[in-house]
Design a protein around this ligand. Structure first.
Ligand code: OSB
Ligand code: MG
Length: 386
């Protein structure tokens, strides 16, 4: 099977030619931010965000990026520990001043997998180049500014009443769509409760791989609720069985965990394993691969949205800039900062306007300012790599 090339130039053609700046200093800073409330999924309940941040310095310009891995491998195989190892021992040594970004991507391909580690460096370099040229990241990506639609991901709750209250708050804020986490034993009746109370909202569910093909009859019961999609119902590594399930279900399947790059997206689409793809820029290796996947999906008539990893303001801003790219057709998991944190390490926080839309942070690079005092307050590890 081949990934059919579009007749138009690749959305990353110009980016590939940019020169890698000389890095004078690179640090990894791990911060720990308490969540305002625990975030429950079928795989784990997180109570705080432990984020590994990268600070890059070049000729007086500073830029930050965020590794979207968790300290644990419960959602994805990479962890902050593996990302640190891969960045320090394999990726950073490949970064040579003056080579083109396309050449750097080719060198990175020699390292198999570890997209979150690769994305940390690639996104950091893009932010550094944009900041050094005094242009916003979206402009460097070749995309005009636009308002970005919002979307909320609601974790598993203890009671249906708590879930309904969370949906109520989302509706009041005019979120562009609401996603609720489900798991075995906490699904059909919980969705029914939300649908009965909110018949018209754009609603979807995310199972984080909790089901298997033997659950087909049960999963089909979700077809009656007019859901936008069901995200990753089957195993985190599967594409083939999702194709069998999609043939049986009316509700669109969206793949998250299974998609690690353009080839996976192409395979999933060719097999009919999904009708929608969640692109997490970290999971697929960075902004450039994300843009290529989104373009490919646009050419194939497949809807795409930007996933989230409950990022700090750094990763949240990157996801917002990415959504200016061609192919991002649906609201993503892009919520207000206050949904996760009382105080983030970056300013300004993400807020929704009166229509539930999000403005791209203004200014060079990612457009948000990392506040040094807050980094110092939240840092649990600091390591200088260069
Ligand atoms: O499956 O999309 C997911 C958060 C952590 C790990 C996996 C997922 C999520 C979310 C939250 O659903 C997305 C967000 O609000 O950033
Ligand atoms: Mg998901």
């Amino acid at each position: 099977m081949t990934t059919r090339a579009s007749s138009r130039p690749s959305p990353t053609a110009a980016l590939s030619k940019l020169a890698v700046p000389k890095l004078d200093r690179v640090d990894l800073v791990t911060v720990k931010l308490p969540f305002v409330a625990p975030f429950g999924t079928s795989v784990y309940v997180w109570t705080d965000k432990e984020a590994m941040l990268m600070r890059l310095e070049s000729g007086g310009t500073t830029a930050w990026s965020e590794c979207v891995s968790d300290p644990d491998p419960f959602y994805f195989y990479e962890t902050n520990g593996t990302a640190r190892h891969i960045i320090k021992d394999f990726l950073l040594p490949l970064v040579e001043p003056g080579i083109a970004l396309g050449e750097l991507e080719a060198r990175f391909r020699h390292v198999r997998g570890h997209g979150m580690a690769k994305a940390t460096l690639e996104n950091g370099l893009l932010n550094l180049i944009a900041t050094g040229n005094s242009v916003p990241l979206h402009a460097l990506l070749g995309r005009p500014a636009r308002k970005i639609p919002s979307g909320l991901s609601i974790g598993l709750k203890e009671t249906p009443a708590e879930l309904l209250a969370a949906v109520e708050r989302a509706v009041a804020k005019k979120y562009g769509r609401v996603k609720m986490k489900i798991k075995k034993g906490q699904d059909v009746e919980w969705v029914r409760a939300v649908r009965e109370r909110f018949p018209d909202i754009r609603l979807m569910v995310d199972a984080n791989g909790d089901y298997s093909l033997s659950d087909i009859a049960h999963l089909k019961r979700l077809d009656e609720f007019n859901l936008m999609m069901i995200e990753q119902p089957l195993s985190y590594s599967d594409i083939f069985q999702h194709a069998a399930l999609q043939k049986e279900m009316r509700t669109a399947i969206c793949l998250d965990e299974s998609i690690h790059g353009l080839d996976d997206a192409a395979a999933a689409i060719a097999l009919g394993a999904c009708r929608i793809i969640n692109i997490k820029q970290g999971r697929v290796g960075g902004l450039m691969e994300s843009m290529r996947i989104a373009r490919y999906c646009a050419d194939q008539g497949i809807d795409v949205w930007s996933g989230g990893m409950d990022e700090t303001g750094i990763g949240r801003a990157v996801n917002i800039h990415l959504q200016t790219a061609e192919g991002f057709t649906l609201p993503g998991d892009t919520s207000e900062t206050s949904n996760y944190f009382d105080e983030d390490i970056a300013d300004p926080p993400v807020v929704l306007d009166a229509r539930g839309m999000i403005d791209i942070p203004k200014g060079p690079g990612i457009g948000v300012r990392v506040v040094p005092e807050r980094i110092l307050k939240r840092a649990i590890a600091w390591e200088r790599l260069i």
